[in-house]
Design a protein around this ligand. Structure first.
Ligand code: ADP
Length: 318
């Protein structure tokens, strides 16, 4: 199974003609729904067919109730810390060109603790994969990864959002990292390695591979490249079910109408593939994740838009 350690947010989304300027009042079309990278990825993993447990922190409020109801509906087992802080929220404005401005109120998400993660106990022994993002405290993720290592589970870090720092101890506990182009370059820049998100996808495979090796010398790096799919880079011996040390997995052409949450779809599907067939070739898992994420862009919404495994059948030759 998959254990996801991460965030749950109630997303409040306003579609506006232009993003509001200081002092401006605008009218926009409003909708709200579940979000948070942790929850989105947990839903994607569950709908990809894996048994999923989601460790998170929730407030005693309507948002917390929403999380509990939706997790149950997707068969996700919650391991929730009950916090006195409000459930996480995100205020999102999206303009006509699809540009957005986002404010996140971490609320309860910031209260997720190492002690709460330790409470997962024996579940960690059964999990094949532990998946985390950076919307939760690093201490909690570090604890989950350390326990995962003790139990022989694969640790998958999605280093998102880009502005979050990754402590060196957390990189050391990571088997597999999945940055997008921006996150990849931001994290490399923190290591004083020059990298430009605008040119990453166009680099020669050998150059991109070398950058991946700088980021995670001992592990596998998968850089997601939007409509171009992803690039996979293995360290010698890391998660290699294939001969090649690096390769690209192109994305199928789809009618993408909403790419928000595509990265979350990718991560959930990749974690599920690794958990469901640990011995299979990694290239197959990467193809599955790319196809699943591509399909998720054909509909609007984050968690709610995650496809179900059967919808992929036959779609891209899977
Ligand atoms: P993020 O959402 O984190 O920015 P990406 O934009 O790299 O991540 O997208 C993640 C994955 O979603 C890609 O690897 C790809 O499989 C899929 N994807 C995203 N945008 C498109 C698109 N326009 N067409 C097809 N697939 C896409």
């Amino acid at each position: 199974g998959v254990i996801v350690v991460g965030s749950f947010n109630v997303d409040h989304v306003w579609s506006v003609a232009t993003l509001p300027r200081p002092g401006e009042t605008l009218a926009g079309e409003y909708r709200s729904g579940p979000g948070g990278k942790g929850f989105n990825q947990a839903v994607a993993a569950a709908r990809s067919g894996a048994a999923v447990r989601f460790a998170c922190a929730l407030g005693d409020d309507a948002g917390g109730q929403l999380a509990r109801g939706l997790a149950a509906a997707d068969g996700i087992e919650l391991h929730a810390l009950d916090s006195s802080a409000p459930t996480g929220t995100a205020g999102i404005y999206v303009d006509r060109e699809g540009r957005n401005s986002i404010v996140i109120g971490p609320g309860a998400n910031a209260m997720l603790s190492a002690a709460h993660v330790r409470g997962l106990g024996s579940c960690l022994a059964e999990a094949g994969v532990v998946l985390a993002q950076l919307e939760s405290p690093a201490e909690a993720i570090r604890e989950a990864f350390a326990l995962a290592r003790d139990h022989g589970a694969v640790t998958l870090l999605n280093p998102a959002p880009a502005d979050a720092e990754v402590p060196p101890e957390l990189w050391a506990l990571t088997d597999l990292a999945t940055p997008n182009e921006t996150e990849f370059c931001t994290q490399l820049q923190r290591l004083r390695v020059a990298a430009d998100p605008a040119t990453v996808a166009g680099l020669a495979d050998a150059e991109l591979h070398a950058l991946c090796r700088r980021l995670l010398p001992h592990g596998t790096v998968v850089v997601t490249l939007g409509a171009a799919g992803c690039f996979v880079s293995h360290a010698p011996g890391s998660l290699r079910g294939d001969r090649a040390a690096c390769y690209r997995q192109p994305a199928p052409r789809v009618d993408a109408i909403d790419t928000i949450g595509a990265g979350d779809a990718f991560n959930g599907a990749l974690a599920a593939a690794l958990a469901l067939a640990p011995g299979a070739s990694f290239a197959g898992h990467a193809a599955r994740a790319v196809h699943y994420a591509a399909l998720s862009t054909e509909r609007r919404g984050a968690a709610a838009a995650m496809p179900r495994a059967h919808e992929l059948t036959g779609r891209f030759g899977d």
